[in-house]
Write a new protein. Structure first.
Length: 432
């Protein structure tokens, strides 16, 4: 399988190259050139297949022309020592918990896979890489954990000062070793812009082997499609509707890819907070990116979702096809809090604010589609958003032990203004 740019102006590359480059040279995002039909493979999966079995067989069908089975198995087994879990919570509503990995957010799936694959490829080629990534919270912590002490890899993470939760900040800033945290005095959009400009700066990319690890990297998208496939193998239903709490739309795009490979998925619900650019597009056909608004679900505070290009490209820029597959629903902070509270009171189950956005959107959809079978992707452990969860439900979430330990460690960050020149100088001085 080959990979091409969403902007159609770059040569096709292998999976390894797409993964190590991050962004295509024309500024577009890598996407598969073609979509093989894997429906027979998917149909043969059963509830007794393990998550890792499903990952290995799927990946081998997709990339067997490029990677050997022993390479694939090594990558998958190094990446995933944690698995998703399903919890049936209410009629027609099942939660897919994706927060049992090292940073307790779904981004662990993408980041762990990417880290394991990059280390494998770099060691084999005897090359080094500097990973530059912007985070609104959860990407950075998953990336930091996944790449910690990985050989031949240096990681630089940009995060918006004061706009990530205290625990997220600890996850970014306490590891040290090959992980550097840059605290940017600006918004997440500033961080994302600085990273994009670094990749587009010819002088810098000539000097330094830059690569990305945020959701624009194809190595993050592929593994995110695995849990849609695993869920279908567990439930063996052809009428599942997935609700995806969305910000940069990497998670949702991975689901769209799985569907295009032949996974029987009935529909998707794209749940956003008040950063409702994609729901507005789905309703009106108008795409109007704008500066992000700050909300309770801060990992979804995105005003110009980077994977939107991949979604358009997948459906040949046809609004009708996108609308047929996805319903967009936007949820306010007030509704988010009401949902967190109501679900705790009714089911004794704590939701993180992001998952609560998805929960509210799912209930909305169930009102007009009472027969719907919804699987809601739960994107983070409630303990990652301690203050909000406590304040809203009156209940202290149980803190996983590895997170509790972080709270007492000292923070190490380098404060920087939202200025590309400052970033470029820092990178050159540190790593040339
Ligand atoms: C990143 C993130 C999201 C949004 O995922 P995208 O792939 O960017 O749409 C939702 N919830 C949490 C907890 C996240 O960290």
């Amino acid at each position: 399988m080959q990979f091409i740019s969403t902007r159609n102006n770059s040569p096709a590359v292998s999976f390894q190259e797409a993964l190590l480059k991050g962004l295509a040279p024309d500024g577009g995002l890598y996407r598969p050139e073609s979509f093989p039909d894997l429906s027979r493979l998917f149909n043969d999966f059963s509830p007794s297949d393990t998550f890792n079995d499903i990952c290995q067989k799927t990946l081998s069908s997709l990339l067997g022309d490029e990677l050997q089975d022993d390479q694939i198995n090594r990558i998958i087994n190094r990446a995933f020592d944690f698995v998703p879990e399903l919890k049936a919570l209410a009629p027609g509503l099942t939660i897919l918990e994706l927060f049992h990995g090292p940073s307790h957010a779904f981004k662990d799936f993408g980041a762990s896979f990417l880290a394991a694959a990059m280390e494998e490829f770099l060691l084999q080629r005897d090359q080094k890489s500097i990973i530059l990534t912007a985070t609104s919270g959860d990407t950075g912590s998953a990336v930091a954990q996944a790449f910690y002490k990985k050989k031949n890899i240096q990681v630089v993470i940009l995060y918006p000062s004061g706009r990530v939760s205290p625990l997220q900040e600890k996850q970014l800033t306490t590891l040290g070793e090959n992980i550097v945290a840059l605290e940017i005095k600006g918004s997440f959009d500033d961080c994302q812009r600085m990273v994009k400009e670094a990749f587009q700066n010819k002088e810098l990319t000539k000097l330094l082997p830059l690569s990305s690890a945020n959701s624009i990297n194809l190595g993050r998208l592929f593994p995110q499609s695995f849990y849609y496939i695993w869920t279908q193998a567990q439930l063996k239903r052809k009428d599942i509707i997935f609700t995806v709490p969305s910000g940069n739309f990497g998670n949702l795009t991975a689901g769209l890819y799985a569907k295009t490979w032949g996974l029987p998925i009935k529909h998707f619900i794209a749940a956003t907070n008040s950063n409702d650019i994609v729901p507005l597009y789905l309703n009106s056909g108008e795409y109007s990116p704008r500066p992000s608004l700050q909300t309770l679900s801060n990992a979804m505070d995105v005003g110009a979702p980077s994977n939107f290009e991949r979604m358009l490209s997948l459906y040949d820029h046809k609004w009708d096809s996108l609308k047929e597959n996805i319903t967009g629903i936007s949820v306010s902070d007030e509704e988010t809090r009401q949902t967190m509270n109501a679900v705790y009171k009714k089911h004794g189950y704590l939701l993180c604010p992001h998952t609560a956005v998805g929960y509210h959107a799912s209930l909305d959809y169930l009102q007009t589609h009472p027969e719907a079978q919804i699987v809601l992707l739960s994107t983070a452990h409630p303990a990652k958003f301690l203050e909000i969860v406590k304040e809203t439900t009156g209940k202290d979430p149980e803190i996983p032990e590895n997170l509790a330990r972080l709270l007492s460690l000292p923070k190490h960050s380098c404060v920087m203004s939202p200025d590309c020149k400052e970033l470029f100088t820092f990178l050159k001085d540190s790593f040339r």
